[in-house]
Each structure stands twice: as C-alpha cells, then as structure tokens.
Design a protein around this ligand. Structure first.
Ligand code: CP
Length: 342
C-alpha cells in the first residue's frame, strides 16, 4: 500500500492511501455536523467514511494510532445498555488521542427532571461531541436541536447510523463492492432496519426484508423512512422488497443479515406481539442459508441470540463474519469522529 502523509493539525499526521486523498477533501463538509441517520450523509460522504475507516484499519495493522483528536472530549449519554457501541466509541476516542466520558442518564440531572434542552446546552459547553443512546428518538432530535456540538445517534427506535455504516463497510471489505449486491434483512424493523434500507438504497444495493406480521412498534417499519428509501432507490436503481416470508427475502442474497428478532432479548420484557411470533419461521439455519448465494456472508449486529434469530451452527460456521463486524465498527467510528471533529 502506497501511503502519503496528510497534515491535519500542526501536531498530528494521518496516514492515507494516495487514492483516498480526494475523499479527505470532503472532510470539511462533515466537520461540526450531526449524525442522526445514514440519510444525513451523501453517497460520496459515505465513501469517505469507508475509505478513512480502511486507512485507520491499515494503520492499526502496522501499530499506528493517529492522535488527531488530542484535547477533544466525547460525552456518551446512554439511557440503556450497550457493549459494542459504548466500548467502540471509548476505544475510538482513546486511539485518536481524545477522551470520552460515559454518562448513564440515570446518574445525570436529566433523570431529576432537568429538561433535555438544558442538558444539551450544558454538554455543549463542556464536551466537543455527544453520543446518545435514548429510549425515544425524540430525545436525540431535541438534544441535537439545542446542541452546538455534533450529536451522534447511538441507537434509537428510528436509527443507528454508526452501526449501519459499519455493516456496509464490512460488506465492502468482504465482497469488494456494494453496488449490485443483495442484502436479506431478517428481524425487527427498528433503528438498524431503517439504517440499512437507507444505506443499501443509497449505495445501489438491493434489500429484501422479512419480518413477523404481528404489528406493534418493533415490527412495523417507519413508513416515512421506507418512503425516503424508495425515493433514493428510484435514483440509484436499488430494489427494495418488504415481505413476511423468510425464503423470499433470502433467495440469492449475497448478505444474510439477522437482527434481533425479539425485543425481549434486549429488555427482558416479553410483549403481546412476541407471544404471536413463530421464531422458527424467521430463524437462519443451515437449510435456510442454502437459499442464499453459495458465497453469501452471514451478519448480525449483536447481541446475537442463538436458536432465536440464528442457529449456533450458522453463527459459528464458515459464512459468519460477525466478529469482523465488531472490529470494523471501531474503525468506522474512528472515521466518523475524525470527520466530524478533527
Ligand atoms: N449492535 C449494538 O448496537 O451493540 P450494543 O448494543 O452492544 O452497543
């Protein structure tokens, strides 16, 4: 790989492969912006994120960490549990020379009734960016509306852009391209579903989603997002299919993506809708996987529940790239932080 050093600040250099230098120029356009949805980025900006993530991964491979966020602080305001997203952002900030502060919301004055708009202004005076994982999507939008620093949505009912971008980066790494591929999405139709339908349509990938026909928040796509994805697909030529039939979705897929099927796996509370779900009808096992392309990859965002959305055999089998997803999401987070903050 042919590297060139690009001066980002008077103290820090970042290594970039020469053919990615053009992408870096887009950086200026991302600085200071929020990332609440994949739709906040143009296709070119998404490509910049992927290129930079690749360079960060290569740099890490030769033992380099570019300390381009020295002196910068990220506040992580989380209302519910996380392993990958929280740790990914904390490690990303550390590797880039910055600092992160984890703030479970119940330990803040927001839990004592301080309005979110005031919390937002307090944080804006103290940190350089805010990463938030709320119960309600409205909390993200209210925080962003009143913040003077970039706000990153770390999983709301409507979106989880850093995870969605991480997944597309892993597909690009494994398949060498995105355009023209087919992703089969299985599971709940919450935040990540919205990111993937937007992301796939933007990069020219087909997406077929199969989800239980039981209604309820977790199994009813946000039609404003679906409509937007169809608009984008009109321009890029992507095909979008929504179905309740697993085999229809999975047929000839290049990527089989199993999201959590039961919200109770995350919250511990079983809903009325979940009582009606035949889990086996949406489970990826070896027989089901045969309907995808022979070289299909299996992906899952985690946490992954064995024998719910996927069998042990598939999760641990040769098609599975789930642990690579975890690492790649780190490099994508570094790219996003660098582009928003450096
Ligand atoms: N996929 C994901 O968001 O993982 P965490 O819930 O562990 O952050």
């Amino acid at each position: 790989m042919d590297f060139s050093a690009i001066l980002l600040t008077d103290k820090a250099f970042i290594m970039l492969s020469k053919n990615h230098c053009t992408g870096l120029l887009v950086k200026k356009g991302l600085k200071g912006r929020d990332l609440l949805s994949t739709d906040d980025l143009s296709r070119e900006e998404m490509e910049t994120v992927f290129n930079l993530a690749r360079d960060f991964k290569l740099a890490k491979g030769i033992g380099r960490h570019e300390r381009i966020l020295e002196g910068k602080t990220l506040g992580l305001v989380f209302e519910w549990a996380s392993t990958r997203t929280r740790l990914g952002f904390e490690v990303a900030m550390a590797q880039l020379g910055g600092y992160s502060i984890y703030m479970p919301i119940e330990t803040t004055m927001a839990a004592m009734g301080e309005p979110m708009k005031d919390t937002s202004r307090v944080l804006s005076r103290l940190v350089d960016a805010i990463a938030i994982r709320p119960f309600k999507h409205e909390t993200v939008t209210e925080l962003a509306q009143h913040a003077d620093v970039p706000v990153i949505n770390c999983s709301s009912s409507k979106g989880h852009p850093t995870q969605g971008l991480g997944e597309l980066y892993t597909i690009l790494e494994k398949k060498g391209r995105l355009e023209g591929l087919k992703l089969a999405y299985l599971g709940m139709t919450r935040g990540l579903f919205h990111e993937l339908i937007l992301g796939c349509s933007k990069v020219g990938m087909d997406m077929a989603a199969a989800y239980p026909e039981v209604g309820g928040n977790a199994y009813t796509p946000d039609m404003s997002v679906v409509k937007r994805a169809y608009e984008i697909a009109e321009e890029t030529g992507s095909k979008i299919v929504l179905t309740h039939n697993l085999l229809e979705a999975i047929k000839d897929a290049d990527v089989v993506y199993a999201c959590t099927l039961l919200r109770s796996c995350l919250t511990g509370e079983k809903t009325v809708e979940e009582e009606k779900i035949n889990v086996k009808a949406y489970q990826v096992d070896s027989e089901v996987l045969k309907h995808a392309k022979k070289d299909a990859i299996f992906m899952a965002p985690g946490p992954t529940y064995r024998n719910v959305e996927v069998t042990e055999e598939v999760l641990e089998g040769p098609h599975s790239v789930v642990w690579d997803q975890v690492e790649n999401a780190l490099h994508v987070k570094k790219a996003i932080l660098a582009l928003l903050l450096a």
